[in-house]
Design a protein around this ligand. Sequence first.
Ligand code: NAP
Length: 265
Amino acid sequence: MHVANHQGTALITGASSGIGAVYADRLAARGYDLILVARDRARLESFAHRLEDRHQVRVEVQVVDLTITQALDDLAERLLGDTTISLLVNNAGVAMQGSLAESDPAALLHMLALNVTAPTRLAQAAAANFAAAGQGVIINLGSVVALAPGLFNVAYTATKGYMLSLSEALQAELAPAGVRVQAVLPGVTRTDIWERSGGGLDQLPAHMVMEVEAMVDAALRGFDLGETVTLPSLPDAEDWSRLLEARAALGPNLSRDQVAPRYRP
Ligand code: NAP
């Protein structure tokens, strides 16, 4: 039986496995109805039934390949026009292994479509919907690789840097409208993404690998604490604050009418 909830509906991309599936479970537990987005209908539907039974919320399944422009547009239009939707989790993503030079061009463009184009289009629709409502939440899945260039696949790293940049800039834009944006930057998290991208967790030291439930619970705790950027495994939040302070110190000198002395002839 459906119990009336006061949280509205959360739309979660990539909700059929890994991080997105745990978000679905935790947000349902918090009283959100759900729209689960991914490509595998059977997997989504059986998960939706389990969530409905467990949490007494409404769960809708949207079978969408987010790399297909028309399908993405249709979902974005739904997100724009549905005032019951109050939270977007931009989570669907793929990874790649290997060097940029050796990567398959089709796989590369597919990753950019899923990791960059789709979340941007959905964030645009959510921003318009939520700003008009004066409330709402956008959660974007980045990665710690955004802070560690050279550690992992180049293009994947860049897509996750994009998600961090998108989130911080969008938070600045939407805060006055009462909308919150959070970037979640997981480290290595035990999900299918590793096998799917042709990598493996086995060769990584165990102390680097977080369980997916712990990661998402920490990210939601970071959200509750009001964070714009959440690094689930960073012990000292001051380390992040110091990075922000150092970046802010560049501010007065980022755009001037004079070139810096070292560049003068
Ligand atoms: P995952 O277990 O592989 O899940 C990916 C999800 O995205 C699945 O639900 C998948 O479902 C969906 N998906 C894939 N291609 C899609 C498409 N074209 N259209 C729609 N949905 C699609 O991966 P995960 O580890 O949970 O990753 C979730 C996010 O966290 C990603 O953005 C990833 O970059 C990020 N992240 C992960 C880690 C990590 O170590 N796991 C670390 C940092 C950041 P279908 O196949 O049914 O479509």
